[in-house]
Ligand binder design. Structure first.
Ligand code: 0O2
Length: 229
């Protein structure tokens, strides 16, 4: 994921698909992608403000880092086709909720829920979907909290409501997800169950460590001995 809007916009020049042939109105498509970029900036700023403020009230940050990306035109096109949706800008707005994506990496498991609660309590944010892959991990062990939120962006011609997918996970969960993403195993191969079992085992060990680290922090907090950077 890119953290820089200009890099995100540069992805629109993705030459893997011919945008002008794929989307009838290329200017409308580019404008839509600009709106997604604006929505990312709105949500990102909210998260940064919450993180800064939390530092004053709790002497530590619940967010380690934030990354964001706009889905590439090729991935947008492929997802529309895969799901049987019309290929148009209206269809993207209506049917896809992960064109604008933000990944929030937290130090501890409870920070995930603290950040999610602080963000979704804001009165201009509407939660449209919650998938808790921490309470209900995927069969391969993937853990993360996924929220889809709607946020208003204010443009010269008025207000638009845009969906943003926010994935919130710990540093440890992100370590697993990043490596798992790089291990491209063929889902059809014979020993796939074995690979999945090994990945799940790693994910479970990592989660146990996450919970232990959180317990250490909580014990120190309870004793008034916590001194975080
Ligand atoms: P990218 O490049 O990461 O964005 P939906 O999108 O809700 O209509 P889906 O695909 O079931 O349908 O969504 P889900 O389960 O909420 O997860 C989608 C995203 O979560 C993925 O995005 C990944 O970022 C992440 N994710 C989900 N499962 C796994 C997993 O097993 N391993 C890893 N490493 N990441 C996972 P994309 O679309 O793959 O692409």
């Amino acid at each position: 994921m890119n953290s820089n809007l200009s890099e995100e916009m540069a992805m629109l020049n993705d030459n893997v698909i011919d945008l002008s042939k794929t989307f009838k109105n290329i200017d409308k498509f580019k404008q839509l992608m600009c709106w997604y970029g604006c929505a990312i900036r709105e949500v990102r700023t909210k998260l940064e403000v919450l993180n800064d403020d939390f530092q004053y009230s709790h002497s530590r940050n619940p967010i380690d880092n934030i990354k964001s990306r706009i889905k590439s035109p090729k991935s947008i096109y492929e997802k529309l086709i895969r799901r049987g949706y019309e290929v148009s800008t209206e269809s993207i707005l209506e049917n896809l909720h992960d064109v604008a994506g933000i990944r929030v990496i937290c130090p501890f498991v409870d920070d995930i829920y603290t950040v999610a609660a602080m963000l979704t309590a804001q009165d201009d944010i509407k939660v449209v979907q919650v998938k808790d892959y921490i309470k209900n991990p995927k069969p391969n062990g993937y853990r993360s909290l996924h929220l889809v939120v709607e946020v208003p962006i204010f443009l010269s011609a008025g207000k638009k409501i845009i969906k943003v997918e926010v994935q919130i996970r710990t540093i440890a969960m992100n370590f697993w997800a990043s490596l798992e993403h790089q291990i491209h195993y063929k889902k059809s191969q014979e020993n796939v169950d074995d690979v999945v079992a090994q990945l799940t085992e790693c994910a479970n060990v990592i989660y146990e460590t996450d919970v232990k680290m959180q317990q250490i922090r909580k014990n120190l907090e309870a004793q008034g001995k916590l001194q975080m950077e």
